[in-house]
Design a protein around this ligand. Sequence first.
Ligand code: SAM
Length: 359
Amino acid sequence: MNTELGRLIARRIALAGPISLADFMAEALCHPRLGYYRKALPVGAAGDFTTAPEISQMFGELLGAWLAERWLAMGGPARVKLVELGPGRGTLMADAMRATRGVAGFHSAVDLHLVDINDQLRALQGQVLAAYKPTWHARFNDVPEGPLLLVANEFFDALPVRQFEKTARGWSERMVGLGSDDSLRLALAPGVTPYAAALPDAPVGTQAELCEAGLALAGTIGGRLQRHGGWALIIDYGRDGALGASLQAVRGHRGADILDRPGETDLSAHVDFAALARSIGRPTFGPVGQGKFLQRLGLAERANALKARANAAQRASIDAASARLIAPDQMGTLFRVLAVGDDRSAAPAGFSDTSSDQI
Ligand SMILES: C[S@@+](CC[C@H](N)C(=O)[O-])C[C@H]1O[C@@H](n2cnc3c(N)ncnc32)[C@H](O)[C@@H]1O
């Protein structure tokens, strides 16, 4: 915990008692001065982790085509809020916009809104997206109301989760307290948690997580779509259901201890897509595995088009990037894609019409 933020969190616990893992995560990631997402440049090869848009331009290009096609399916409204949650370096949106230049009327209809709390990333986004005059917000709630096209890649996994363990007495919450040497320690709260009613029955020793911030945000997005129409595409590593402890820490592309060096360590948890879909309260499609989704959108055809203009080394790197995005043992099944829309439409591109879409 030997960071300034670790010492601040320890002092808060010494004064006011143990905090939930969700409170710890909110401090570690979003503290206004010292939080991980406030100061570092985390995304990309030099950061702590890399993401699909940074692996290949094809990811943003295919998502751009999906968004523009959904705009056409909406009847091509004269104005649409194109919103990205957590745009990182702006790569996904830059690729999406470049790929949709030929869609008549789309760019002139788009009001681009970016939701991010990281000033350094906002500056990078401003550089690559200057032509589209984006507006930034710290929260989705601040984006003005209106017809919506929303995309979020690896955003929901950064929202704080509570963690629980089933004991002989019932579900108990895992808290962050202090050890005898005043270092941060994980321990179960002594009583049964009031969140027990939200958790399924499970054998003693089972772990579970709840992401209240993610579910609340999903409800807000669903409300906007209900009022104004539109589509949302949520991509993240995920699972169905609350069971299991998925919270993980990464620093410099390696696993780390959750409580170690708060503010310098990325924390993320798998997204419970079943709970997200319930909270959205709108018709959803998927989740489908990222690999299947990108293949259905034409990843192979796009790769071939790029390879036709490439040298041997570039062709090899396009193949490697494709494999990384879609292979089941890489990002293909761990990452899932959920679309949110309306009950008038058939399944959009990338999703099957049956309720048993495959991961
Ligand atoms: C894991 S990165 C993903 C970046 C990008 N979507 C990509 O795929 O490369 C998470 C992004 O969300 C932003 N972010 C994290 N937590 C946030 C929060 N609570 N509110 C707003 N933005 C947040 C980060 O600054 C960063 O841009």
